[in-house]
Design a protein around this ligand. Structure first.
Ligand SMILES: Cc1ncc(COP(=O)(O)O)c(C=O)c1O
Length: 373
């Protein structure tokens, strides 16, 4: 029965070059990795590894239950305080992924009395959060503050949340956060900023909300993943204490989910401490991004991602495969994962790349694009 149901769907995807495939990664591979999101190059740092291993020895491998039952350890509380202080927000609450942090905060604020206003390039986790929220949802053209203003002014709902990313995940461009925060404040609305690609990268690592002086405002909420610059797993919602208390009581992805596991907490905490002790790491990401952009002929990006448009999905996959054969792993993004329907090569820069790596990667990528285009 499933064969009749799903096989035609699989065939349709295949004919359009949109089939997704899993490819196992070897532990000892010798590659230049421009596809992972380990922006600060800390996922294999011995200090991060040791912190995670020590947490396993002390706390075991899992949290054992929801944070509200037995799943809260001192590591969770230390991590929440450290992240909040680093980003300049009053408090934080960690979730077991960035995806769940977004679902958790939006659904807890959503409902019939809340209008959700979402940038059209927003990450899938926020799209899904809107769908789950039972709110009216309006989508605004990318970075268009005037439309946000109009939607806020015309609403009937008492509450509204404007949602954006500080640095967008595919195009790596920035949101007009200062204007969005002012517009939201003028209309008694909340601004939610997903800093998945800002933490550890923009604002000398503290993220864009902090850099723009918007941290700590009582209508600004920040969400972050711990799976990228923090070299771990998990997510966090950062904002006023009253929000944290509300999430603990009303956020289903927090209440009904087993707490973030202790080694993930400890790894993220160790990564954050290294970032604070070695504040030049974010600058190394920007240097790498600029070199990759220059080598591949695309404009420099605000964030850690270099996004190269390709003629189509087949070419994107073929170019990524050629790069891999030549020792460079890059991502290929195809619809529906791209906001504008264009297929792309997606290169992520990280602080661990040497000048030689960057030179070699640039040459391999340019050659691969030339071969498939
Ligand atoms: C902008 C953005 N938000 C949220 C997430 C989800 O985070 P996680 O992987 O921790 O679930 C991601 C990517 O993974 C992302 O790019």
């Amino acid at each position: 029965m499933l064969e009749d149901w799903l096989a035609p769907k699989a065939a349709a995807l295949e004919s359009r070059g949109l089939t997704r495939r899993l490819r196992a990664r070897a532990a000892d591979e010798d590659l230049i990795d421009l596809a992972g999101n380990d922006y600060l190059g800390l996922a294999r740092d011995p200090r991060v590894i040791e912190a995670a291993a020590e947490a396993v020895r002390v706390w075991g491998t899992g949290s054992t239950a929801s944070r509200l039952v037995t799943g809260t350890t001192e590591l969770h509380e230390q991590l929440e305080s450290a992240l909040a202080a680093y980003v300049g927000q009053e408090s934080g609450l960690v979730f077991s992924s960035g995806y769940l942090a977004n679902l958790g905060v939006v659904t807890a604020l959503g409902g019939p009395g809340t209008l959700l206003i979402s940038d059209e390039h927003i990450h899938a986790s926020l799209v899904d959060a809107c769908r789950l929220s039972r709110s009216r949802v309006e989508i605004f053209p990318h970075n268009d503050v005037d439309t946000v203003e109009k939607l806020l002014a015309e609403r009937n709902e008492p509450h509204a949340v404007v949602m954006t990313e500080s640095v967008f995940s595919v195009l790596s461009d920035e949101a007009p956060l200062t204007a969005l925060a002012a517009t939201a404040a003028a209309h008694d609305a909340v601004l939610l900023v997903d800093e998945a690609h800002g933490l550890g990268v923009t604002g000398n690592g503290h993220g864009s909300v902090h850099a723009l002086g918007l941290a700590g405002l009582d209508h600004v909420i920040v969400t972050m993943t711990l799976s990228k610059a923090m070299a771990s797993q998990g997510g966090v919602v950062l904002g006023p204490q009253v929000l944290r208390n509300h999430l603990i009581n009303r956020s289903r992805p927090f209440i009904y989910d087993t707490g973030l596991n202790p080694p993930a907490c400890a790894a993220a905490l160790a990564a954050l401490q290294i970032l604070q002790a070695e504040p030049d790491r974010p600058m190394r990401i920007h240097t790498a991004t600029n070199r990759l952009a220059e080598a591949t002929g695309v404009p420099p990006a605000a964030g850690p991602v270099v996004s190269i448009p390709m003629p189509g999905p087949h070419e994107a996959v073929a170019a990524a495969d050629l790069c891999l054969e030549n020792g460079v792993r890059v991502g290929s993004f195809r619809p529906p994962s791209t906001p504008d329907g264009l297929s792309r090569l997606r290169l992520t820069a990280h602080a661990g790349l040497s000048a030689t790596d960057l030179e070699r990667a640039g040459a391999v990528i340019v050659d691969a694009i030339g071969q498939v285009s």
